[in-house]
Design a protein around this ligand. Structure first.
Ligand code: PMH
Length: 390
């Protein structure tokens, strides 16, 4: 392990080769669709920049993030591919977006009127994706009149252009969903209206991972891939019916920093909730809830040591937690909290289920103080340690 840029005994490993493989599988699955790699929230915790570069090298052509800051960070790091900010930006920042060739999402007439005051003659043309709400109920235009006004205002402006139109599904990860079909139809109707008004944007998109995995009919030419690009299934329902294997890119590791013998009756951690029944070997790992290893994972979660499961016992602390070892082990032994050791695997879904949440949330919550180690072409290519600005 190359530790040039971090000093702690806990790290996340991001296997970029798996991201590449997932993107390539999608290219085969949907040869006619362009891929927009969704790298918001630091690439769902996987590292936005590294994931973006890998996705672009593997066949994705565009990127999506949630906010302007995330897009600007990617530009600062030298990424020149098209980037879409999917959430609302403040009207006063439109020039900043235009200057940096960042496409933005709009879904309010008032916003557009306000933003037009801030666009300068000298700016590059601002690329806009219209967001339509077909049933997600989050953001997006719902009324025909507002859609008409917004699209014509943009069309008549020399400062901006409609580059795309999109919507977002609420239930694409459920096989039998009436709402999915309703949203698909509503979107097609709205596209017909736009066409009637002379608007045929370059990019028409609606599919997230779940929709892209299930394939569906419509006049769409781009898919927005998040969770599946990272190798995780959008839902357990879909996991059983995936059209190809998704390869998990994220794994989480630590090392024993202390090993001790407990005598019967000895207790472990805050609240003394764990009490030894017999003589037991206990190891301490330097990872805790401040790293995103949530308290609710104990009791329940295991770690892998020498390919065997060892349960986490007692309360998870802020920076440390304890595991029950099968026998005496040495300080320095590697423990895998998510991932594979020999023939045993702890999947992200296992941890998500123990934490009573979805797999999306787990890597997002692994905090920035956990360094990320990137593997590319089978070798460590880079470390990211936000604390030390690496
Ligand atoms: N498009 C939009 C507008 C999104 O909000 C998301 C994910 C995606 C595409 C990618 O979806 P996928 O990861 O299922 O492929 N957004 C979120 C969210 O807001 N909460 O969970 C996932």
């Amino acid at each position: 392990m190359d530790r040039n840029h971090f000093y702690r005994d806990t790290w996340a490993e991001i296997n970029l080769d798996k991201i590449s493989s997932n993107i390539k599988s999608f290219k085969k699955h949907l040869p006619d669709q362009k891929i927009m790699a969704v790298v918001k929230a630091n690439g769902y915790g996987h590292g936005a920049y590294q994931t973006a570069v890998e996705a672009l090298e593997s066949g994705a052509e565009l990127l999506a993030v949630a906010m302007l800051d995330e897009a600007l960070a990617l530009r600062k790091q030298g990424i020149s591919a098209p980037i879409l900010v999917m959430n609302r930006i403040r009207p006063e920042y439109v020039s900043l977006a235009a200057e940096n060739e960042i496409s933005i999402t709009i879904f309010q007439k008032d916003w557009l009127i306000e933003a037009s005051k801030f666009l300068k003659e000298t700016d590059k043309v601002l690329n806009i994706h219209l967001k339509l709400d077909t049933g997600m109920g989050r953001v997006g235009i719902t009324e025909e009149e507002e859609l008409h006004d917004v699209s014509l205002l943009i069309q008549n402006s020399s400062a901006c252009e409609i580059e795309g139109v999109f919507t977002h599904f609420a239930t694409a990860d459920e096989w039998e969903s009436e709402l999915f079909e309703t949203q698909r139809k509503r979107f097609i109707n709205q596209l017909d209206l736009l066409k009637k008004w002379g608007i045929t944007p370059k990019y028409v998109h609606s599919a997230n991972s779940a929709a892209a995995l299930r394939k569906f009919e419509g006049p769409f030419n781009l898919v927005r891939l998040g969770i599946s690009m990272y190798g995780l299934s959008p839902s357990s329902e879909m996991k059983e019916k995936l059209p190809f294997t998704l390869e998990e890119a994220f794994s989480l590791h630590s090392q024993l920093i202390h090993v001790k013998k407990l005598m019967p009756g000895d207790t472990v951690s805050y609240g003394a909730t764990y009490r030894a029944k017999e003589e037991e070997w206990i190891g301490t790992l330097p990872i805790g809830y401040a790293d995103g290893w949530q308290r609710r994972l104990s009791p329940g979660a295991d770690v892998l040591i020498r390919g065997e499961r060892a349960p986490i016992i007692g309360r998870i602390c802020m920076d440390q937690c304890m595991v029950k070892l099968p026998y005496k082990m040495d300080v320095g032994e590697k423990a895998t909290l998510i991932g594979k050791q020999n023939d045993e695997t702890i999947e992200m879904d296992e941890i998500a289920s123990l934490a009573k949440t979805i797999n999306y949330e787990i890597p997002c919550l692994i905090s920035s103080r956990v360094p990320r180690v990137f593997v590319k072409k089978g070798r460590i290519s880079e470390n990211m340690n936000v604390i030390l600005n690496f």
